[in-house]
Design a protein around this ligand. Structure first.
Ligand code: ZN
Length: 420
């Protein structure tokens, strides 16, 4: 019996009604509203027939696991996150968790509660990092890429420490790494999520297969020239740091556009002394570059650095770069991407589109461990997310549930075909 999209949509609406206000979803991790969302989810499990023998537990990092034990301990994990940003949308994260539960129930029904492989649903704790600025909290603890020392120093806007907020939820900060014990026997991980961008809508497609999450190179760039009087300094004598920075701001566009999905953003620029009567002596910019291909990402960085030196020379300035952050691209599993494409084609009767994800997702933390992983995206209306107006057409939600259900069935057959 296939998954029932109308039940998924009704459940999502119920969850939204319970955890949103006039400004949108308020399921910020480690708050009372988030706990309410998780209690609601637990109640949904309690309604299921006892014959399904479903087990439920929270790991040391607060990730919530639902397990339908199968004949083999080898498991297929389906997941996403129930937490949201403040004033968030109703689908970000919740679509994946609620759909995963529906798929698990369908497998339980079809197998009389005893599938050939173990099926698990995970609700990752604090994907968004909205309160303490640490995204992918639960999945990174699971993956072993967590940072307890830094996390201990984190506080929210009211000065509450992350350690205290975790303790409120029964999580001991020193033990979050023990979530790694959940890794055993995972044969594959699947995640359904809204795209949160405009690509699928522009192509007129309801669904897409995700190729992986883009890597990030983020740098601070400082151009140094010479501050001088704006009235007395002839144009030819100037060493204008802003001129060099401005030329780079324009040059990063062709640098990015030579590659299909690459993006480069100069998101901030400060000038010093920053007054109307002085030539700019120092300009401080930030540059964020992303691509799915590590070589392309390295090329983006190299070309931007070369351009910055050329512009600095031509403006008789100097330039310095310092790295703020570097995240490797995480490509998903090629065979699972293919299964995802097949599931989309069979559901829609139309060709499948594959795209990289600009935002990071919990799935990247799982894939980083070497677990075969893929994500499916559902179209986001107007490409908007992290906003109360976030939405997806009901028809597209139904297609997403049906296609994800198919993908799960295909993945189970794929696990069966793998050598032990
Ligand atoms: Zn999300």
């Amino acid at each position: 019996m296939p998954a029932d999209p109308s039940r998924v949509i009704a459940n999502l609406r119920e969850l939204a009604a319970l955890t949103s206000d006039a400004n949108g979803a308020q399921r910020v991790a480690f708050t009372a509203t988030w706990q309410r969302a998780r209690d609601w989810f637990a109640d949904k499990l309690a309604e299921l027939p006892a014959s399904y023998r479903i087990e439920r537990h929270r790991d040391a990092a607060g990730n919530s696991w639902v397990t339908l034990p199968g004949a083999s301990p080898k498991s297929l994990v389906l997941g996403s996150h129930l937490d949201s940003v403040p004033n968030g949308g109703w689908l970000d994260g919740a679509l994946g968790v609620v759909t995963a539960l529906e798929v698990l129930c369908g497998i339980a029904r079809d197998s009389d509660g005893r599938p050939p492989f173990t099926i698990r649903v995970v609700d990752w704790a604090d994907e968004e990092g909205a309160r303490f600025g640490r995204s992918l909290f639960g999945s990174s603890a699971f993956a072993g890429t967590h940072t307890i020392a830094e996390d201990r120093a984190r506080t929210d806007a009211n000065g509450v420490t992350m350690e205290a907020a975790l303790a409120e939820c029964g999580i001991e900060i020193d033990r979050i790494g023990e979530a790694a014990s959940e890794r055993s026997n995972i044969a594959a991980y699947l995640e359904l999520h809204i795209e949160q961008g405009p690509v699928l809508e522009r192509l007129g497609l309801p669904l897409g297969a995700v190729l992986g999450t883009k890597g990030v190179e983020r740098h601070a760039i400082t151009f140094l020239g010479e501050t001088a009087h704006s009235g007395s300094t002839p144009m030819a004598d100037r060493r204008d740091a802003l001129a060099a920075a401005a030329r780079l701001a324009l040059e990063i566009r062709p640098i990015a556009m030579r590659h299909t999905d690459a993006v480069c953003t100069m998101g901030s620029l400060k000038t010093f002394p920053g007054i109307v009567t002085a030539v700019v002596g120092r300009a401080e910019a930030t540059l964020d570059q992303r691509d799915l291909d590590a070589e392309v990402l390295a090329t983006l960085l190299r070309e931007a650095q070369q351009a910055s030196r050329r512009f600095a020379d031509e403006e008789r300035c100097t330039v310095e770069w310092s790295r703020i952050l570097s995240i490797e691209p995480v490509p998903f599993h090629p065979e699972l991407i293919e299964l995802c494409r097949e599931a989309i084609v069979e559901t829609l009767g139309a060709p499948a589109h594959s795209l990289p994800s600009g935002p990071l997702h919990d799935a990247a933390e799982v894939a980083r461990l070497g677990v075969p992983t893929v994500m499916m995206f559902a179209q986001s209306l107007r490409g908007i997310s992290h906003n109360k107006i976030e939405d997806t057409r009901e028809e597209h939600l139904s297609q997403a549930v049906a296609a994800f259900d198919r993908l799960a069935a295909k993945t189970i057959a794929w696990i069966e075909s793998q050598p032990d």
